[in-house]
Ligand binder design. Structure first.
Ligand code: ADP
Ligand code: ZN
Length: 704
């Protein structure tokens, strides 16, 4: 059991150093377990909040917490983030000079730093301090890298088993976002921590909106999507290096600040691109899956899959990179059969071909689902959702089914006439009655069914065929040039009059434009959020740290809402800890005060009560409004009285009782409607305050 004394320090330290008021999910019990010196394995989705599970205990341990992390390039950001919160931390790597390393050793020996980040390859250089005298805890980040099962296997991770042998009493906390059992077992065995407590968190990331769209015309869909979000960072995952480059070029032509990233670029270029993205200097990264591990940038607002991923694990890890700050984020996947065909090709011949194909099949099922997508995703990770999520495209726009039997019959009869030898494109050409070279060469224009589907557009046919495939009424012969052919089900439709239900194809282009118009009217260019974002950017450049490390989007949003104009109020905001208050507090408060000042200045004197009304609607109390507006409470009450008489929605009975109103009404006639408040006040011997008298009079006036 953890000492109560230590337990009592958890929340205050969480607020002081990280600025948060409460723990997320299992963070607290994990932290308590670490502090009671047990070994732990933490499995949490990307963005779940793993870092605090070892960073907070590090503050309370006497000695050093060693953090083993695979990516040297990202250690600096992690250390910068800690330093920005007033936590002494450093990183150690092989590129540092001897004197720099010496300085770090000195700091460790003098207990001047709490956390030290190191890559496994450099552990050998740390022999001098790798003793229980100095080390209080060892955190192993991205622990799945130890397992050759996983996709991020790093041989250097496999030597980490010596740590437990050398420091048997030092607690180890291993962390990963990969949940599968084989990997978990591997981690425990190889790290020599068989008895570690395992914490498996929910994999649900509710704030990420899930959406799957057909891949037609995806570039213009993407451009429209990004144009709606001019300042929002995002990642687009592509299957091939070439397509990352082509897509980035295309986006650039359209004025979007995009860069490509893949393993074929040289190290310097990759590092630069990654850094520019992290520092908000590049808005969009078009990348292969080589990009993303360990990037903690909390303000990635969206992830697009230009191509379908190989499996659900990969997909989930990739979309997990957006919305780490818990604010609304978007994941859009473009689904096409040519991707499925391509991925099948990649898998064929692999030693575990069956497994890969099965995983691809699950991915495909997810893409084609007509039920809540989050349910499908989470069930893949063994988690069951009781209700539909409400935040996926299927939940938001449940498919409208109609009787599509005739459409199905037309398609299937063409496939039948073509003897199952032609792929989707030609099938649609025949349906639509095309007269192109292929059709004429092969004499398909003489088929009886040539042109029977001319009234349906090419794109709609494509979507109908996909639906027919999904429902098993026809299938793709992957090994025969992807020809469409009939199945046992087809016969029921063609000869037994079985009814087929299809859904109306969605026109994404149109949907996008409608949303765009809505958005433009909403987008307040000179909103407080925009101003705070600009200030954050300026500070980020001055201090040379990523903007999200100054304050997260979530923290700025909260500031926008609460409009803190003094230090005490600013400290109430989630994400504002002691150090950030001291270092950035003044600038942010000044920005908010100036914003509010402008707003009030712009207001005509006779409209001042309307400013009060805005604050009132935002839920501020009378005293708070008075403080923010630098006015007396009585003035605010007089605004409320005016607003009420003007017919605005004010819950005035919150401030004055019916009984008091009655008394004022009687006094009014007894005193013969005096022109001022003082006669009332004196009449009640000061027992009813001025503001109540004023409010009561407004109500009486309203009632006539
Ligand atoms: P992971 O390493 O699991 O991907 P992080 O540790 O980077 O996740 O945390 C994800 C985000 O959640 C970060 O922006 C972090 O600051 C934020 N966060 C972590 N813990 C809390 C908390 N208790 N309250 C609010 N935000 C938190
Ligand atoms: Zn859903």
């Amino acid at each position: 059991m953890l000492l109560k004394e230590i337990q009592d320090k958890l929340l205050p330290n969480l607020k002081k150093y990280f600025g948060y008021d409460s723990f997320k999910d299992q963070q607290q019990i994990i932290i308590e377990s670490v502090l009671s010196k047990k070994d732990n394995l933490v499995i949490m989705p990307t963005g779940g909040g793993k870092s605090i599970c070892f960073q907070l205990p590090a503050l309370l341990f006497d000695g050093l917490t060693l953090v083993i992390s695979p990516l040297i390039a990202l250690m600096k950001d992690q250390v910068d983030g800690l330093n920005a919160n007033g936590i002494a931390a450093d990183f150690f790597n092989s590129s540092q000079e001897n004197f720099e390393r010496g300085a770090i050793f000195d700091k460790v020996a003098n207990k001047e730093i709490k956390l030290l980040y190191v890559a496994p390859e450099s552990l050998g250089l740390l022999a001098d301090i790798l003793t229980e005298e100095f080390i209080s805890c060892i955190a192993i980040d991205e622990a799945h890298c130890i397992s050759s099962w996983g996709h991020d296997f790093r041989p250097s991770y496999q030597q980490l088993g010596f740590l437990k042998q050398q420091l048997p009493n030092t607690p180890i906390i291993a962390l990963t976002a990969t949940a599968d059992k084989a990997t978990r077992k591997d981690i425990l065995e190889q790290l020599n921590i068989p008895k570690a407590t395992q914490f498996l968190s929910s994999f649900d990331r509710k704030n990420i909106e899930l959406e799957v769209r057909p891949a037609n015309d995806r570039i213009s869909q993407i451009i429209k999507f990004i144009n709606k979000k001019p300042n929002e960072a995002g990642i687009i995952y592509c299957l091939s290096r070439k397509s990352t480059e082509q897509l980035a070029a295309k986006l650039k032509q359209n004025g979007i600040n995009a860069k490509s990233y893949h393993a074929g670029l040289n190290f310097l270029e990759r590092t630069k691109t990654q850094e520019n993205f992290i520092y908000d200097k590049v808005q969009v990264i078009c990348a292969t899956i080589a990009f993303g591990m360990g990037i903690d940038k909390s303000n990635v607002r969206w992830v697009i899959h230009y191509n379908m991923p190989k499996n659900i694990e990969g997909y989930y890890q990739e979309i997990g990179r957006c919305g780490r700050d818990d604010l609304k984020a978007n994941a859009i996947l473009f689904h096409s059969y040519s991707d499925v065909i391509q991925l099948r090709k990649f898998a064929s011949g692999a030693s575990n071909e069956d497994v890969q194909i099965a995983k691809l099949e699950r991915m495909k099922q997810f893409s084609e689902a007509t039920t809540c997508r989050r349910k499908i995703l989470l069930s893949y990770f063994g988690e069951l959702l009781a209700t539909n999520c409400g935040n996926c495209d299927v939940c938001k726009n449940p498919p409208q089914f109609f009787n599509g039997t005739i459409i199905a019959q037309k398609a299937l009869s063409v496939i039948s006439r073509l003897n199952g030898t032609e792929a989707t494109g030609t099938v649609i050409d025949v349906l639509r009655g095309a007269h192109n070279a292929t059709i004429l060469d092969k004499g398909y224009d003489t088929l009886k069914s040539h042109g029977i589907g001319h009234d349906i557009s090419w794109r709609d046919w494509q979507q109908y065929l996909i639906q027919l495939i999904n429902q098993g009424y026809c299938e793709i012969a992957f090994h025969k040039n992807n020809a469409l052919r009939l199945t046992d089900f087809s016969k029921k439709v063609l000869f037994e009059n079985e009814k087929v239900y299809l859904t109306t194809p969605v026109d994404y282009q149109e949907q996008v434009t409608i949303q765009k118009e809505k958005k433009v009217t909403n987008a307040k260019k000179d909103s407080l959020f925009e101003r705070l974002r600009k200030l954050r950017h300026k500070i980020s450049l001055e201090e040379n740290i990523p903007a999200y490390l100054v304050f997260s989007d979530a923290t700025l949003k909260e500031m926008e809402k609460a409009r803190p104009m003094c230090e005490a109020d600013l400290l109430e905001i989630s994400g504002v800890g002691q150090r950030k208050l001291e270092v950035y507090g003044d600038e942010f408060i000044a920005e908010i005060v100036s914003f509010m000042g402008n707003k009030i200045k712009k207001t005509k004197k006779e409209d001042t009560h309307l400013v009060t009304y805005e604050f009132y609607n935002d839920g501020f109390s009378i005293d708070e409004i008075a403080e923010k507006r630098n006015l007396k409470s009585t003035t605010i009450f007089s605004h409320l009285a005016k607003l009420y008489t003007d017919g605005k929605d004010i819950d005035i009975y919150k401030f004055v009782t019916k009984d008091e109103i009655d008394k004022v009404r009687k006094a009014k006639s007894a005193l013969e409607n005096p022109p001022a408040l003082k006669p009332y006040f004196d009449h009640f011997n000061g027992e009813i305050e001025y503001f109540k008298i004023r409010l009561a009079l407004s109500i009486i006036e309203m009632e006539g």
